[in-house]
Design a protein around this ligand. Structure first.
Ligand code: HEC
Length: 179
């Protein structure tokens, strides 16, 4: 290489090096536009994962459970039915006005649950031992009768028994005020 060429190439290389160092420095200190720092990004990612795996976000959440399409559909329908008919008195894991419904599919057979939801006072009046005991335990507060179909009740039970139903609700807009 001739001396002439070197005098051209050398300053160019130095300028390039200085430029890259400046960009690197700006990126590291967060002055460069783009992700300001790693921490909020990590928090945002964790939040979106939490949201995506929380029941309120049905489609993503259900996809994460790896359910069959039919099950996912039944559970999503049960979730909506539960929220519009039952949630003012019931939660999955907590006693609200009525008992926590977690594990209800193990406590009572489906035909009993269907009869109960359609007309609980009829079940109590029939002398059903479990129903009478529960009714007395809850200060004889009568649960309303629902004109839901057997399938709708099965879907509510399926939702309540699904692993996702016991996760905390998303955001404050989902919270039910008690008292
Ligand atoms: C107005 C309040 C209220 C609403 C709304 C309500 N329930 Fe209830 N539920 C109760 C009470 C109170 C009991 C306890 C038994 C009693 O006092 O009759 C109960 C008991 C039950 C039980 C028996 C629980 C156990 O541990 O054995 C089931 C199942 C049930 N409810 C399902 C439902 C479903 C499903 C819905 C919605 C379609 C619903 N309830 C809506 C108040 C309510």
């Amino acid at each position: 290489m001739s001396r002439n060429a070197l005098t051209l190439v050398f300053p160019a290389a130095v300028a390039l090096l200085v430029c890259s160092l400046v960009v690197l420095f700006l990126t590291a200190t967060g002055l460069e536009p783009g992700p300001a720092s790693d921490e909020p990004l990590a928090a945002a990612t964790a939040d979106s994962v939490r949201r995506a795996t929380t029941p309120g976000n049905d489609s993503l959440y259900l996809a994460s459970l790896n359910l069959s399409a039919a099950d996912a559909e039944a559970i999503a329908a049960g979730d909506a039915l539960f929220k519009s008919n039952c949630a003012q008195c019931h939660a999955v894991n907590d006693v609200v006005v009525g008992p926590a419904l977690a594990g209800i599919d193990k406590r009572r057979p489906m035909p009993w649950l269907i009869k109960w939801v359609k007309n609980s006072s009829k079940v109590v009046a029939s002398g059903d031992e479990y129903a009478v005991k529960l009714f007395n335990q809850y200060q004889k507060q009568q649960m309303p009768s629902f004109s839901l179909t057997d399938q709708e009740i099965e879907r509510i039970v399926k939702y309540v028994s699904s692993p996702g139903s016991c996760l905390p609700p998303r955001g404050t807009d989902d919270a039910v005020a008690v008292n």
